[in-house]
Design a protein around this ligand. Structure first.
Ligand code: ADP
Ligand code: MN
Ligand code: MN
Ligand code: MN
Length: 346
């Protein structure tokens, strides 16, 4: 038997954006535990905005398990928060009720800032660094400093070792701003991995004395870039059948559901989706081929391929909850009729 360090991880009850929480228990297993072997656990919900002090128990139900690359015999146990009966989802547990579809693929591009001493990493104590321009995909100390790349590389290695589908990294437009991409098949699979990747990044940067700023416009109404979490998506029908008529019907439905999307695309998004800095205004839906100033960017390959493939919704922001984002995308897609025999077979 081996003693495993199980890190139970969950989302707390803070609004509008939940934070990640985690605590460890040690358990013996003959080999790396499966999801089925992991017991329910509990925590004090009165300390996480999930219960009142007089009745504070909440239940942690394991829903996904990954090797923990930072610990010997470590296990990352992603959990849903349940009521004391263990079966009713807590009101803060969005994952329990979202739409899912294994044939729907999601690629999230998480942008964020490194923050140290209350300002973006690399910003001088007062004033600003040289204006934006050289930082995006930049190289060299004056562009990316001396620690950021070390962190993103370590984070990449940790994600890959945990079995998370990390797909890439780039330095972003503002100094101290970076991006990584996570891809998954199914909304839960993709969003679970995004939350785990966020967890690993926040835990990793503790030892550097650096925080991750997920707010979508941390530098306010300035020329400094905001942070998004573009949602690239495709269903089996979009990849295999598609067509111009279906695409146009889909875009009409996205237009109609504008406010439902904005409602779950992350807080303060009106401060970011201004029409500047490669964004579309939050209150007007648009789409365009290769257009980074549109709500939805249609890749060239999509049009060339008879309107088949994936689309990029550029509106979700860096603080958005990927569970709710993916679910709303699936909801809108579900309202557009397809050829039933094809989608059933796909
Ligand atoms: P850009 O910065 O040009 O918008 P990225 O390369 O950062 O693009 O991100 C593209 C994302 O699209 C990746 O996360 C990738 O996984 C995702 N993606 C690629 N093909 C598909 C697909 N068929 N369905 C859903 N997502 C996809
Ligand atoms: Mn990108
Ligand atoms: Mn980007
Ligand atoms: Mn993008």
């Amino acid at each position: 038997m081996t003693k495993y360090k199980l890190e139970y991880i969950w989302l707390d009850g803070y609004v509008p954006t939940p934070s990640l929480r985690g605590k460890t228990q040690i358990k013996e297993f003959a080999e790396f535990p499966t999801l089925e072997q992991l017991p329910l656990w509990g925590f004090d919900g009165s300390s996480t905005n999930q219960a009142e002090g007089h009745s504070s128990d909440c239940v942690l139900k394991p829903v996904a398990v990954y090797p923990d690359p930072a610990r010997t015999n470590g296990v990352l146990v992603l959990c849903e928060v349940m009521m004391p009966d263990g079966v009713t989802p807590h009101v803060s547990n969005k994952r329990a009720t979202i739409l899912d579809d294994e044939g729907a693929w999601f690629g999230f591009e998480q942008e964020y800032f490194f923050y140290k001493d209350g300002r973006p990493l690399g910003f001088p104590e007062t004033g600003y660094p040289a204006p934006q321009g050289p930082y995006y995909t930049g190289v060299g100390y004056k562009n990316v400093g001396s620690v950021a790349r070390q962190i993103v590389e370590e984070h990449l290695d940790q994600c890959l070792a945990a079995g998370i589908n990390h797909e890439g990294i780039n330095a972003e437009v503002a100094k101290g701003q970076w991006e990584f991409q996570i891809f998954g098949k199914g909304s839960k699979k993709a969003a679970d991995q995004m939350w785990m990747a966020r967890y690993l990044l926040q835990r990793l940067t503790e030892k550097y004395g650096i925080d991750i700023e997920f707010h979508c416009k941390p530098l306010g109404d300035t020329d400094w870039n905001g942070s998004g979490m573009h949602c690239n998506f495709s269903t089996a029908y979009m990849r295999e059948v598609g067509g111009k008529a279906y695409f146009e019907a889909l875009m009409a439905q996205f237009d109609k559901n504008l406010m439902d999307h904005i409602a779950v695309y992350g807080p303060d998004n009106d401060k970011r989706l201004t029409g500047k800095h490669e964004t579309a205004p939050w209150n007007k839906f648009s789409y365009g081929v290769a257009d980074r100033g549109a709500s939805i960017r249609v890749p060239h390959s999509f049009v060339k391929n008879d309107y088949k493939g994936y689309l990029e919704d550029r509106r979700p922001n860096s603080q958005g909850d990927p569970y709710q984002i993916a679910s709303q995308v699936l909801k809108t897609i579900s309202q557009v009729p397809t050829d039933a025999s094809v989608s059933a077979a796909a």
